[in-house]
Ligand binder design. Sequence first.
Ligand SMILES: N[C@@H](CCC(=O)N[C@@H](CS)C(=O)NCC(=O)O)C(=O)O
Length: 209
Amino acid sequence: MITLYHCAGARSMRSHWLLHELGLDFRLVTLPFSMAGLRTPTYLAISPLGRVPCLVDGDLTLIESGAICQYLCETYDDGHLHRPPGHPERAAWLQWLHYAETIAVHAASLVQQRVFIAPADRSPVVQKLESRRLFKALEVIAAELATRDYLLASGFSAVDTAVGYSVHLARQLIDTTPLPTIEAYHERLAARPAFQRALDPSPLDDAPA
Ligand SMILES: N[C@@H](CCC(=O)N[C@@H](CS)C(=O)NCC(=O)O)C(=O)O
């Protein structure tokens, strides 16, 4: 049995969404998105940095969302969501899988400012810089989507769950309306039943503005 350790609205949504896209049976363990909720001795014994996602499949434990995506595709996909070695889109598939984190690091920095730092202690400089860098990272995706609906020309794949989560998070943090292809991409992704099954309330909903 596969177990996914998860926090609502966190990067573990990528793995949660992909597990639904793959139609796999799994157990979801949802932890509070807080130091106290994630740094318990019990969870640290499973995931040593105390972050999410963490996927356990039999004897295997994985603590990086990109590695979880690649492992699940290589192990359980019938070819729809994966682009294996030798496939003409393999290099692009790998690039977008990892580019998801290039986007997410800026979004995560802004989440930290909003969720973990009291309003008086936040840095306007960091917020401005990271908002700008997040927008620039999205511009690259927006340009890719000018000529197609998904990141790969052949259609929806697992890398759209990786980048798609980053886009989903970014839209909660900055104004993405100047990027209409990003908006249309998010709308297409959000219409997928597997996305909807993995959708949680955002931790940003409760954070002071
Ligand atoms: N590169 C890792 C990042 C994992 C990560 O930092 N997860 C965040 C949630 S989005 C987390 O657990 N944060 C809790 C903390 O930093 O204390 C991945 O993609 O899995």
